[in-house]
Design a protein around this ligand. Sequence first.
Ligand code: EPU
Length: 422
Amino acid sequence: MDIFRIEGPVRLSGSVKVKGSKNAALPIMAAMLLAPGKSTLKSVPYLSDITVCSELLNSLGCKVAREQNGDITIDSTDVNNPVGDYEIVRKMRASICILGPLLARCRKAQVSMPGGCAIGDRPVDIHLRGLRELGAQISIKNGYIVAEAPNGLTGSEIFLGGPFGSTVLGTANVLSAAVLAKGSTIIESAACEPEITDLANCLTKMGAKIKGIGSPHLYIEGVNELYPLEYQVIADRIEAGTFMAAAAITRGELKIENCRLVDLMAVVDKLRNVGVTVESADHGCVVTHKGTIKTADITTQPYPGFPTDLQAQFMALLALGDGNSVIIEKIFPDRYMHVAELNRMAANLRKEGPVVIIAGVEKLMAAPVMASDLRASAALVLAAMAAEGTTIVNRVYHIDRGYEKIEERLNPLGAKIVRENV
Ligand code: EPU
């Protein structure tokens, strides 16, 4: 198992390029099931989650390959085994995003029910409700979601809101199924995250008829077939936001290339509030920070609000704030496994239900810590780069799920991160 040995404090400076978005790539890869033939996806990052998704699509009958130029090709001419096996799905919850496309393509699908994870229970009831509205019969048998629509799916009016807002992958599933349903579908309270916009743009390029892209109201006119395509996945806004927080916490100066500031306005706003300079530059931005971090209150919300996927990284930053800050997690109220680990590094954080009260400290100190999930591990890496001493981050396989070779990209900027296999 790999660990990171991280020496701090360091000051990051230089230029870093953001990779393609994992969370856009996963539902787009699944959507390739809808168009028999060979499609090519560009800017798909080299991540373990992408490898699992490729394994999953191969198990259904597709042929997925990483070409020498880095493109991913997916040949979905033969989808002959519409079963998302437990052994693959258990490695990655996002595997659920094959359910809608498989059902639309094969009129039946069995997908292992994803369990909870370190960030919470993560139910899929809204996904199933939406697919039932399209006419699917769905039951749960032996841990599998068994879905059938022997006569095909039929357009409908569907509300996708839930207790914590809409659902990103639920919207991906229902949208990807509705594009091949008979007649028209209205999705109300659709997720508006840029990753869903990217999926909808991709489906449109495949021949789907979708209006309202980027809004919570999607209007879909079902078509008989979709066509393979070549498509470039958007830049990863969460990786970009993580680099922004890295520049701030190390009092550094980073040019972040391939980053769409328009997808990150809530994050840029918070950075500016705490005294960090963010200036737009060609296809990206420059983030600079000197001096103290001011306090801030952050509430995570669906897009365009502050993303839950940057909550942990900003907690690490505010841990060094010059007073008290508050974070309220409104998407995954239990997504706080990093709190105890940051406290091991001399942060002063107190969790009260979905709220964390942060009493800023002057400095963080190195400690051995445990990565619990993808974004929590990014927060620990940020904290370690600012902390005094050598931090050991255990279980870095979590970070490899969402950040491509993070140490090889941070070290040229001044970080001192060594990966060791123990
Ligand atoms: N929810 C339900 N019922 C459902 C689905 C969701 O109650 O059927 C609840 C969830 O429990 C949560 C809220 O709705 O409280 C939002 O969850 P959502 O379904 O939007 O999450 P997701 O689609 O499973 C994606 C990202 C997550 C990101 C969330 C929120 C991918 C592969 N995953 O998950 O990314 O945190 O949206 O933005 O796109 C990550 O990259 O580290 C990550 C966890």
